[in-house]
Design a protein around this ligand. Structure first.
Ligand code: NDP
Length: 333
């Protein structure tokens, strides 16, 4: 099979009953797009606000075990932290339903063995690289978006065809801008987590270090530092330009002084960042991080709570709060 896929045969899902479990960010968007694409979709959710919203949007809502009973294809669109516990509550239904197609929007739980569906199921992954709101917006504009596809169990021999068809069903491919990458549960988990463990925290740490140094040692005003760092929106524009024209081609939009500074320092930091990346990738790949995060959750997330406190109580956070008040930006939005 080709690595980059732009088409799938939606008709193989037309006679299937499809259950979306969870009507949150991904669930509400994917269910709505599949319904628009003529698929038979029901929702599985506990009786609460999410269920009411699904009913208001025109879906039949069942409790989660009943949705599993009714479906030929189940999309598990609940947070990764709670999915193993929910899966445990329906495992006996899955074990009985030979040929059930089980879809995940991320590789994490299956890759690290927190969910192990039986060999009698097709286990597929259709993992959007897009938030639900973005999926809906692009759907309305007649455009697609990127997804990663994976197959863990191919009981029917048609699992890849189902994954491609579902990528069409949720509006990712078969339209301009849409692309599916043939991947795996393990690869998706690695790529996703490695972003969260390398460039994203390095950006946060370096923004905080910059802010602390210029305000403490050089007398710069906190407002000027925050506007320069990210509040002006320039950082977001640079990220947009990377997506539109490419990471290096967007450098042409900066002055030559800036180009020289960026390239020469990137060269200087590369070796240390490569070592950090190698180390973090190894910890993800061998399951060490998954174990660390499981223990943290079992203990009631003490480290996460402590870190939230430290960062939100920092001078950067407090200065941002007063600047954003003046700018009329609501921090909670
Ligand atoms: P959300 O946090 O938006 O999911 C909320 C839904 O999950 C609600 O319907 C909620 O129902 C349900 N839920 C939460 N806790 C429980 C529980 N204990 N038991 C049963 N249902 C529960 O999740 P996302 O849409 O963000 O993520 C879903 C999947 O999509 C994940 O695998 C994620 O990795 C993946 N993904 C997410 C992306 C994103 O942008 N958010 C992008 C790509 C993939 P209620 O509270 O009523 O129980």
């Amino acid at each position: 099979m080709e690595k980059l896929i732009t088409e799938g045969d939606l008709s193989i899902l037309k006679n299937k009953d499809i259950a979306v479990i969870g009507y949150g960010n991904q669930g509400s968007a994917q269910a709505t797009i599949m319904k628009d694409n003529g698929l038979n979709v029901i929702v599985g959710n506990i009786r609460d606000e999410y269920a009411k919203k699904a009913e208001k949007d025109g879906f039949k809502v069942y409790d989660i075990p009943e949705a599993f009973e009714r479906a030929d294809l189940v999309l598990m669109l609940i947070p990764d932290e709670v999915a193993p516990e929910v899966y445990k509550s329906v495992e006996s239904i899955v074990n009985k339903k030979e040929g059930l197609i089980l879809d995940f929007a991320s590789g994490y739980n299956v890759a690290f063995g927190f969910i192990s569906p039986p060999k009698t199921s097709d286990v597929i992954m259709v993992a959007p690289r897009m938030i639900g709101e973005g999926e809906l917006l692009l759907h309305k504009q007649g455009k697609g978006y990127p997804v990663f596809l994976g197959v863990k169990n191919d009981y029917s021999g048609k699992a890849w065809e189902y994954a491609k068809a579902l990528a069409v069903g949720i509006g990712a491919i078969g339209k301009p801008g849409g692309i599916a990458v043939k991947s795996s549960f393990e690869e998706e988990a690695l790529l996703d987590l490695l972003s969260e463990h390398t460039w994203a925290p390095i950006l946060v740490a370096s923004i905080k270090a910059y802010f602390d140094i210029v305000t403490e040692k050089y007398g710069a005003s906190p407002e000027a530092a925050i506007l320069e760092l990210y509040a002006s929106g320039e950082l977001a524009e640079i990220a947009r330009a990377m997506a539109d024209v490419g990471i290096f081609k967007q450098m042409k939009f900066h002055s030559t002084t800036s180009q020289y500074g960026q390239f020469s320092r990137a060269e200087k930091y590369y070796d240390i960042l490569r070592r950090i990346t190698e180390d973090e990738a190894e910890k993800i790949w061998n399951g060490e991080f998954a174990k660390e995060w499981s223990l943290e959750q079992i203990a009631g997330k003490p480290v996460l709570n402590r870190l939230w406190n430290i960062y939100t109580e920092s001078k950067l956070s407090k200065s941002e709060e007063s600047l954003y008040k003046i700018l009329g930006r609501d921090k909670n939005e």
